[in-house]
Ligand binder design. Structure first.
Ligand SMILES: [Fe+2]
Ligand SMILES: [Fe+2]
Length: 160
């Protein structure tokens, strides 16, 4: 299940780079930056699980990463896809935590706590941006402001 989770994190990274390219094409560089940082975070998640499997004495198995959606109807739709995807990842981490408990694997359960908290933050962030985008509607000046705000985001490895 942890190997499958690595694959899900790598797929998330693929999906967000795909969204990054969508926004680059629209010259919304702030939104593109937001998704590039998202993609970097997902790679960090995959690597964290990768190291954990090794440290816990498991066998790492890399799997093929599926092709993500390559086109989106609108800025709003890209964020709707993001929220739906993050919810499915949260479900997957919950399933992992449940499985760890059922196998009396408390070390893995403890390892998963960071991801459970991270998913709450991820969903809150995307929900917040979705609400802002709904407020913005067709107001291009407001969209421009949000684009400028999102250009400021940068990737900082957690715990560094
Ligand atoms: Fe993740
Ligand atoms: Fe995520």
């Amino acid at each position: 299940m942890l190997n499958e989770q690595i694959n899900k994190e790598l797929f998330s990274s693929h999906l967000y780079l795909s969204m990054c390219s969508y926004f680059l094409e629209k010259e919304l560089d702030g939104f593109a930056n937001f998704f590039r940082v998202q993609a970097q975070e997902e790679l960090f998640h995959a690597n964290k699980q990768f190291d954990y499997i090794h440290h816990a004495g498991g066998k790492i198995t890399m799997m093929a990463v599926a092709q993500p959606q390559t086109d989106f109807d609108s800025t709003l739709q890209a964020f709707e896809v993001t929220l739906k995807h993050e919810r499915s990842v949260s479900q997957s981490i919950n399933d992992l935590a449940k499985q760890a408990i059922s196998e009396d694997d408390y070390a893995t359960h403890a390892f998963l706590q960071w991801f459970l908290t991270e998913q709450v933050e991820e969903e809150a962030l995307v929900n917040n941006l979705l609400a802002k985008l709904r407020m913005i509607g067709d107001n291009t000046s407001a969209l421009y402001l949000l684009n400028t705000e999102l250009a400021q985001r940068s990737f900082t490895p957690p715990g560094k």
